[in-house]
Design a protein around this ligand. Structure first.
Ligand SMILES: Cc1cc2nc3c(=O)[nH]c(=O)nc-3n(C[C@H](O)[C@H](O)[C@H](O)COP(=O)(O)OP(=O)(O)OC[C@H]3O[C@@H](n4cnc5c(N)ncnc54)[C@H](O)[C@@H]3O)c2cc1C
Length: 433
């Protein structure tokens, strides 16, 4: 064994992998422990034998404002697996208006392009455009810092007098997409940060998606990069105990107990609390993904469509997004129900979404999927809440868990990467003292 300092990272999701990659830039020994048989955490894929395909637990969207994620993926050689829109286009659908889309013209500054694009949405008038300008003013950093930590997005939008139509067609879908929470309970401070970052420029506002399943597009490149820097990744090891004494962290890794100079907890707050026997309440939200495989079915008009007033909030044409899958005889469409707190049976969810998809596709006959799979991630995101902050356990145990506070980024890919990088920095400066 070398006499270099030893660090343990607990959790092999994006946060843990990022932390490992960043720490491995320094002269330290790193062991990463992952409870599941493979790293990846909530960004994972499974193999569906019926269609002979790797399938994501749920489609993951990226935003141009995810700067740290983009830098990391570039380093890992994974940016080739992302398709970026040239500039923001948000295709939408509802039962009354059919298909329409928000397209801010790229030649105008975004601050003007957004109100212009809103004016062109069916059912919108000058009040939507002027409300967007008011919102932009209220969202300037200096003003937004005055939003009370407990204020919900709904109450904040009421204070700014944003018309219902703008909330329904733009702000509610954005809130569901970015925060996995309805405006009634989502935190306004964090939502305002999301808006500020995403609408900073055309490049920040555009959307991106993976052109390969997450395991190949995201997880494998990060694992390769981590291993190439000497990180040891141990899978199927759930850490159940860790203690600090004599300035060392003692971790039970299966039957052995190993000593480390520092440990980083890269878990969702629920898992952290279980590990540390803490009983604080942590609020999470579910995401339900319903995957359909349909033979002889035309593409959706766009690779992704937001549903307004629908049960499925997003409809992803996965076959269009992942062109390699065109070999398959089936069209793969995934309907996403964000913040799914509904009291509905599996069959009710499927029937509703099937009917919506039929209308979106403009089909007369009911959809008859050749294969269907519903994946429910009950704790898909840890919600932004006051008082669940990362905890300081000791100098050598660093908490990088997902527990966003008001004013911080909600639980997203970018937030996981930021937490991983911050924990690596923190750990490095601790080791240097
Ligand atoms: C269906 C779905 C759709 C999403 N869509 C988007 C999206 O479109 N855009 C976006 O930005 N974000 C999206 N997210 C959120 C994003 O996936 C997560 O915020 C991010 O992946 C969290 O990474 P993490 O490393 O913090 O946590 P995790 O990915 O949860 O990683 C934690 C890891 O720790 C492991 N673990 C747990 N306990 C232990 C233990 N005791 N010992 C060892 N290992 C342990 C777990 O197995 C897991 O692998 C989505 C999430 C889901 C579920």
């Amino acid at each position: 064994m070398s006499d270099r300092q030893r660090i343990a990272i607990i959790g092999g999701g994006l946060c843990g992998l990022t932390c490992a990659i960043r720490l491995a830039e320094h002269d330290v020994d790193i062991d990463l422990f992952e409870a599941a048989p493979a790293p990846g955490g909530r960004t994972r894929s499974f193999f569906d034998t019926r269609v002979n395909q790797w399938v994501d637990n749920g489609p993951h969207l990226l935003v141009g404002a995810y700067h740290r994620t983009q830098r990391l993926l570039e380093e890992a050689g994974a940016n080739q697996y992302i398709h970026w829109q040239p500039s923001l286009e948000l295709p939408l659908w509802d039962a009354g208006r059919g298909h329409f889309q928000l397209v801010p013209p790229p030649h105008l500054p975004l601050a003007l392009a957004m109100p212009w694009a809103c004016l062109r949405l069916p059912g919108h008038h000058m009040d939507s455009a002027t409300a967007l300008l008011r919102l932009a003013m209220a969202n300037r950093k200096s003003m937004a810092s005055g939003i009370d930590a407990q204020t919900t997005v709904h109450d904040w939008l009421q204070q700014i007098d944003v018309p219902e139509a703008l909330i329904r067609d733009l702000l509610e879908p954005l809130c569901l997409g970015a925060m996995n929470e309805t405006i009634q309970s989502a935190n306004a401070r964090s939502f305002s940060l999301v808006l500020r970052e995403a609408f900073n420029s055309h490049a920040c506002a555009r959307l991106g998606w993976f052109t390969q399943p997450l395991s190949k597009a995201l997880v494998e490149p990060l694992v390769r990069l981590a291993k190439s820097r000497g990180v040891r990744i141990h899978t199927s090891i759930r850490i159940k105990e860790l203690n600090e004494h004599d300035h060392k962290v003692h971790i039970k890794t299966g039957s052995a107990c190993e000593k480390f100079d520092a440990a980083i907890i890269a878990l969702p707050a629920r898992a952290r609390n279980r590990l540390l026997n803490m009983h604080a309440k942590i609020e999470t939200r579910c995401i339900t993904n319903i995957h359909f495989w349909l033979a002889d079915t035309e593409a959706l008009p766009r690779p992704m469509i937001g549903g307004i007033g629908t049960t499925g909030q997003w409809f992803f044409d996965v076959s269009q997004q992942m062109p390699e899958q065109t070999e398959s005889p089936y069209r793969h469409i995934c309907a996403v129900i964000s913040a799914d707190q509904r009291d509905a049976s599996r069959q009710q969810r499927i029937s509703k979404v099937c009917r919506e998809l039929q209308e979106i596709m403009g089909r007369k006959s009911p959809l008859k999927p050749d294969h269907l799979r519903m994946v429910r991630e009950f704790h898909a995101t840890t919600q932004v809440r006051a008082g669940q902050s990362n905890i300081r356990l000791s100098e050598c145990i660093i908490d990088a868990s997902e527990a966003p506070l008001p004013g911080e980024f909600p639980a997203t890919i970018e937030a996981a990467v930021i937490r991983g990088e911050q924990a690596a920095k923190h750990c490095q400066s601790f080791l240097n003292t």
